[in-house]
Design a protein around this ligand. Structure first.
Ligand code: HEM
Length: 154
């Protein structure tokens, strides 16, 4: 099934809200990641030696923003072309970073769930099943592209 204009709008609309407070939503994403799967802590350079989530950490923010933004871009591409196409060098980089960190499927699911909870947090009453589903679909396509590249490089 194709990705509709409505779905694209729902994702864009929530990213616009999240963009307004990157530090807070980045921190929230990681709070949720660690609540769902505390064991992933050791994977992240900026978390492994600390007991608290570092506030205003540029690496934490960078990863969170990449996830938010690339899912939003994936949504736009899905609606425009019916598929997610990541430019060669970016895709190679994404593949190699996550391959090196040995990220596995269940961890992609953890980040997806944490992302959905962040969208819920940002949108409050404006959040709907349809909105969350649009994020899930776009995330799954992006994750699939990263995983395929990881496989290619392995
Ligand atoms: C690093 C993007 C999913 C774990 C990175 C980097 C990017 C990136 C661009 C390079 C560093 C940076 O710029 O922040 C993404 C995107 C994802 C995704 C777009 C969307 C599907 C995941 C998942 C995990 C993960 C599911 C598993 C928990 C990591 C780790 C690093 C990393 C551990 C190294 C960060 C560090 O220690 O500094 N990711 N990532 N990523 N990613 Fe992801």
């Amino acid at each position: 099934m194709g990705f509709s204009e409505k779905q694209e709008t729902l994702v864009k609309e929530s990213w616009e809200v999240m963009k307004e407070d990157i530090p807070a939503y980045s921190l929230y994403l990681y709070t949720m990641i660690l609540e769902i799967a505390p064991e992933v802590k050791g994977l992240f350079s900026f978390l492994k030696d600390t007991n608290e989530l570092p506030k205003n950490n540029p690496k934490l923010k960078s990863h969170a923003v990449k996830v938010f933004k690339m899912v939003c871009e994936a949504a736009i591409q899905l609606r425009e072309k019916g598929e997610v196409v990541i430019s060669g060098s970016t895709l190679k980089y994404l593949g190699s970073v996550h391959l090196q960190k040995q990220i596995v499927d269940p961890q992609f699911e953890v980040v997806k769930e944490a992302l959905i909870r962040t969208v819920e947090k940002a949108m409050g009453e404006k959040c709907s099943e349809e909105m969350k589903d649009a994020w899930r679909v776009a995330y799954d396509h992006l994750a699939a592209a990263i995983k395929a590249e990881m496989k290619q490089q392995a």
